[in-house]
Ligand binder design. Sequence first.
Ligand code: LFR
Length: 491
Amino acid sequence: AEPIRVAAVDLGATSGRVMACRVGARTLHLEQLHRFPNGAVPVHGDLYWDVLGIHREVLTGIREVARTGRLHGIGIDSWAVDYGLLDCDDRLLANPRSHRDPRTDGVPAQVRKTVTDTELYDVTGLQQLPFNTVYQLVSEIGSPALEAAERMLLLPDLLSFWLTGQAGAERTNASTTGLYDVRTREWAIDLAKRLGLPWAILPQLRDPGSVVGPLLPEVGEYVGLADVPVIAVGSHDTASAVVGVPAGEESFAFISSGTWSLVGLELETPVLSEEARAADFTNEGGVDDTIRFLKNVMGLWVLSESVRTWADKRLTDASLPALLAAAVDAPALRTVVDINDPRLLTPGDMPTRIQDLAREAGEPIPRTPVAITRTILDSLALAYRRNIRLAASLAGRDVDVVHLVGGGSQNSLLCQLTADALGVPVLAGPAEAAALGNGLVQARALGADLPDLAAMRALIRRTHDVRPFLPRPRSAPNSGDWEAAAARVSR
Ligand code: LFR
């Protein structure tokens, strides 16, 4: 059969990518045809996404995929929780805000007065992140935009709406909002009502793998295509990335490592125990009704913000490749900090914040960009260790191997440190797991013989290399005492 060729649009907080993904019976090929920088735009202390700019880049990318071959489908995934509000004429009421916008400061505490954390967890199964959609919406109560809103669309759904005119809420991403019932798999309307939210703005849910609709004629004309369907993929990037984990039969944990690190297990049913709530674990919806039982751990964001800070200060030796190369030889575990500290959430001078955290914790203060880079990576690996072990114990599972996918899988030092910290093998790659997961779900919707996740993953294993990292013995030079280091940080 002729291979299926789709456009996989994978949007990250720091870059967006449009890939041509070709799927045959024994082949799976990705080609990046468009890439553009992304980032939130600060205005008067608010933090916005330039969503129209993103839309234009998406169109440019689709046009490029269409220009270079046949195109059978289009699917969009992006980071979760952020949304746009539309008025009664389907016009965007305001630029969507970034989840790193400080507008949700204090909102979880306010919500707690109406709905306790336990009640919330029992319905949604979500980690308490201050930026969950529910808190963002509560912070908007009384605002002109929310008053006028007819619909709320999560970002990938908003972009798909602009391509097709069809509105909806794809489930994997809906599951991150804090307004979705993890058991009934419907919107948690009662919860929305209790919080005084206009629940009617929540659009109809749709499954990953369903067809959203054909391109609107004017969009088709712009990109030079007719009759191409937009397909709902796992529109939460992490859901697509987990589809793209090249796991076989083994008991695996995954780390989807990018701007954020999503650390956890794939399960059949949610874990809603008091222990899971107290440990702040999340139960997000995956493709094919799986549960992504995971924790949001601060990601390479801390490093990319540090590099940005050093670039602003014109420290010329502080390019990322140079820093990583030098950090390999820096002493192991000299300084470790709580990389999940909420102070690292917002944009700003990360190196100084890392130094402050070290000072507070009584750790040696890292003074140079290389030392700070090593502190960030050691601390990330420690957080991976802690949370994979926690996930396994909360879910009653063993972990034989850790699959590390996403951009972070190209960071060999991070992969090695993760193996050392956990004492189990780490299989690194693919870096483009999300785009692969996106493309594979589309291919199945278009008729490819990929009955389940196992078949998709088998195809990835056959066509993509993974790089193994084995834990080094403690006695090996510069491998570090992770047990002792774990006792030095609280989370
Ligand atoms: C990763 C991610 C995480 C989500 C965070 C914010 O890109 O989607 O899963 O918690 O971004 O949306």
